[in-house]
Design a protein around this ligand. Structure first.
Ligand code: ADP
Ligand code: MG
Length: 218
């Protein structure tokens, strides 16, 4: 099992389609303003940063509308896992699926699944912004099955799990994916306003009357 290794940098070196969490985005829990996000329990997030869920190979789903800090927290928790010595890979859902689909076409699916199955924590950001094609949903299912009870997955999504049938374009595959992901998991739903728009509103870039429209588009 690729657990506590010094292999984190290996993932960075070998991964053209992904970015190690340790990369340029300096997002940490210290920089996260919990008062701006009252739907989150700071104790629960700090507990997650201790990475016991990663040690146990559990899943974490961070759900919520755009701009509420899902990616920020996913990066911060990934950095915490790296500090604890775990191998971590960060990839967006479209990049992950594109990489699997390309490998499938080229007859290298096994190798690519092995690559994405290896890190102790695989963070998949932005699931749900783009719908999956049927074949992509099957490929994602294969990856989730392979990682099941072996390595952790952290997934961020703007869609509630009840909507994942339409995200994956196939309710049967979505159920199979969720069955494995939710078996040992924590699901955190963040509510509230976009932090990005809040900052803009404060600086007067968005007038209050426009903010609802802008929030709908964000
Ligand atoms: P999401 O992934 O949910 O769309 P992001 O994590 O990308 O949102 O957050 C949008 C921007 O706002 C980022 O620059 C992020 O660092 C910042 N941000 C969001 N929430 C907070 C917060 N509670 N405290 C500090 N910065 C935040
Ligand atoms: Mg995001």
């Amino acid at each position: 099992m690729p657990a506590r290794t010094s292999g984190a940098s290996r993932w960075r070196a070998k991964s053209p389609t992904s970015e190690l969490v340790e990369g340029p985005s300096e997002r940490d829990l210290d920089g996260f303003d919990f008062t701006a996000q009252p739907s989150l329990d700071p104790r629960q997030i700090r507990e997650l940063a201790a990475c016991r869920w990663v040690a146990h190979g559990e899943a974490l789903l961070l759900l919520g509308p755009p701009g509420v800090g899902k990616t920020h927290l996913a990066i911060a928790l990934g950095r915490a896992a790296i500090r604890e010595g775990y191998s971590v890979l960060f990839v967006t859902a479209p990049a992950l699926v594109a990489a699997l689909a390309k490998a499938h076409l080229e007859g290298r699916l096994e190798e690519r699944l092995g690559f994405f199955a290896k890190p102790k924590l695989l963070t998949t950001d932005e699931l749900g912004y783009l719908p999956f094609e049927t074949n992509a949903a099957h490929l994602f299912f294969q990856l989730v099955s392979r990682r099941y009870e072996r390595g952790s997955m952290l997934i961020t999504s703007n869609r509630a799990v009840g909507e994942w049938g339409s995200v994956f374009g196939d309710p049967v595959v979505a159920t199979a994916i969720l069955d494995r992901l939710l078996h040992h998991s924590q699901v955190i739903t963040i509510r509230g306003d976009s932090y990005r728009l809040r900052e803009k509103r404060r600086s007067g870039l968005i007038k209050a009357t426009l903010s609802d429209d802008a929030a709908a588009l964000a």
